[in-house]
Design a binder for this molecule. Structure first.
Ligand SMILES: [Zn+2]
Length: 272
């Protein structure tokens, strides 16, 4: 375990315990409202989870068609600002977004889960890099669009990650990211039961304001910042809200069921 002594966003050193879950404590920065796990598992201790992530990635197959519809909307949003060039998706899973983006862009993908990387690579006909972005030694000013959905909350230093993204992105290049929003209705209503509070592997919990602060600190300008839809399937609902799962099973019986949450934020920003 390791202790975090300063807020990743504002550098403040005064935190208050916000909630306890799964034997971890999530604290809140008194200055900017960033919530984070403290103390937390070290990168080494956390590795086991990612090595086993083929289990959770397998779920993407089940919702591939549905997710592709969402990715079409995401790419459409990006096309407002960038219409061609090199497009990198970090944490590309089985490649649904890249599949859509390749009609407009030259595509690149990073995915550390071996099973998903292999699937995406065969499907898209490109190499999918399996290392963390900081270990790839990518050239500066290379990409025109970089997207990372549900990635930043897993990282030990979101600021270091954004600085690396900034370096490899061309000037005026576009970033699209999604992550949880601690001020969403979902989060406020469910409190510690909010499915996003998963402190073993979600280390940071942002709101729109401190995300804006982090992006401006790493020299990005926000173009759009809004609620983002995330698809929940039976597995998510069961793991996050077992009571609701039991209730729904009673209502819908054996039928497959999907739901939505707007607990997340989607942000489009430009490299300054
Ligand atoms: Zn702070």
């Amino acid at each position: 375990m390791e202790h975090v002594s300063n807020c990743e966003v504002c550098g403040n050193a005064i935190f208050t315990p916000e909630l306890a879950k799964d034997h971890f404590i999530i604290v809140k920065c008194l200055k900017c409202g960033l919530e984070f796990v403290n103390p937390r598992l070290t990168m080494f201790e956390n590795r086991d989870f990612y090595e086993d992530s083929s289990v959770s990635y397998g779920r993407y197959l089940d919702r591939e068609t549905f997710d592709t519809q969402i990715q079409k909307a995401v790419v459409k949003g990006i096309l407002r600002y960038k219409q061609c060039g090199r497009f990198l998706d970090v944490g590309c899973a089985i490649g649904n977004r890249l599949q859509v983006a390749k009609d407009y862009f030259e595509i690149y993908g990073v995915e550390i889960a071996e099973w998903a990387a292999k699937y995406a690579s065969e499907r898209l006909g490109i190499e999918i890099w399996q290392n963390p972005i900081e270990e790839l030694w990518l050239p500066s000013n290379f990409f025109d669009v970089i997207t990372f959905s549900e990635v930043i909350e897993h990282l030990h230093s979101p600021a270091a990650f954004l600085r690396e993204i900034h370096r490899i992105l061309s000037v005026g290049g576009i970033v699209y990211l999604t992550t949880g929003n601690t001020l969403s209705l979902d989060a406020l209503y469910w409190k510690e039961k909010w499915y996003y509070y998963a402190p073993q592997y979600h280390l940071f919990y942002f709101n729109h304001r401190n995300m804006k602060l982090l992006l401006s600190k790493t020299e990005f300008e926000i173009l759009e910042s809004r609620g983002s839809i995330r698809v929940l399937d039976m597995f998510d609902i069961f793991s996050a809200y077992p009571d609701i799962f039991r209730f729904l099973r009673g209502v819908v019986g054996k039928f497959s069921w999907r739901g939505f949450t707007v607990a997340n934020m989607g942000v489009i920003a430009r490299k300054l």
